[in-house]
Ligand binder design. Structure first.
Ligand SMILES: *Cc1c(COP(=O)(O)O)cnc(C)c1O
Length: 222
């Protein structure tokens, strides 16, 4: 199937309140352009350098989402243009994003990554640490970032009951954190669900799905 057909099929299967992020990591600009020409404007990448290169080559009305783990020393390369950073998992990183955003006179939207999977390999904060962060004074002083939601990655497993439990946990964490709305924190987005589980994620309350291989085909990392 062609990329544009895949996109159309997915778009028509998700409700209108759910945002589709087309995860284009490892794929060539020609593939992204096929999605762009079919109307897609939100692309997700997990490596900053790759996102910067694609941003330079592609139309400027694209919204670029950083969905991968972010190293503090690389925030500066994307601060001028990134639209949403999904994987924020420490105050230190938030502070650096704030600093780089200020240099560009911007406010950068961020999601707090919450650890929902059992696996140790997945990044993210605990729900308690997230809650403490939102209530801290040092957080309230960051004027160049805005926390707009949470993001989570479920365990990589065939066990859909487990995945469902993890998605429900993210949704309930979001509902709890949402009671602490402040000037730089307006939680409205729940980023969860990928190619294999985005339909389940939507039934569990996802408002943003990150879909790669179902749009662009499987990835070859070699
Ligand atoms: C690669 C990736 C996705 C997309 O995965 P698919 O299974 O190809 O849809 C979603 N989220 C994150 C954080 C990713 O790294």
């Amino acid at each position: 199937m062609r990329i544009s057909d895949n996109l159309q099929k997915i778009q028509s299967s998700i409700p209108s309140h759910v945002t589709l992020v087309a995860v284009s990591k490892t794929k060539p600009v020609s593939d992204l352009m096929e999605a762009y020409n079919a109307g897609q404007r939100i692309f997700g990448e997990n490596k900053i350098q790759e996102m910067v290169d694609k941003h330079e080559q592609m139309p400027k009305d694209i919204q670029w989402h950083m969905i991968g783990h972010v190293q503090t020393n690389k925030v500066k390369y994307m601060a001028a243009f990134v639209d949403l950073i999904h994987g924020v998992d420490s105050f230190k990183l938030l502070k650096e994003i704030n600093k780089q955003a200020q240099k560009h006179d911007r406010v950068i939207d961020c999601l707090l990554q919450i650890k929902i999977a059992e696996e140790d390999s997945k990044f993210g904060m605990s729900a308690n640490d997230a809650s403490e962060l939102l209530q801290s004074e040092e957080f309230s002083e960051l004027k160049h970032i805005k926390l707009v939601g949470v993001m989570g990655m479920a365990t990589f497993t065939e066990n859909m009951n487990q995945v469902e439990n993890e998605f429900n946990y993210l949704k309930s964490t979001f509902d709890k954190l949402k009671t602490d709305q402040t000037e730089n924190c307006h939680l409205q987005t729940i980023s969860m669900g990928m190619s294999g589980d985005y339909k389940l994620a939507i039934t569990c309350g996802s408002t943003m799905v990150r879909v790669g291989s179902s749009i662009f085909g499987s990835r070859n990392y070699n």
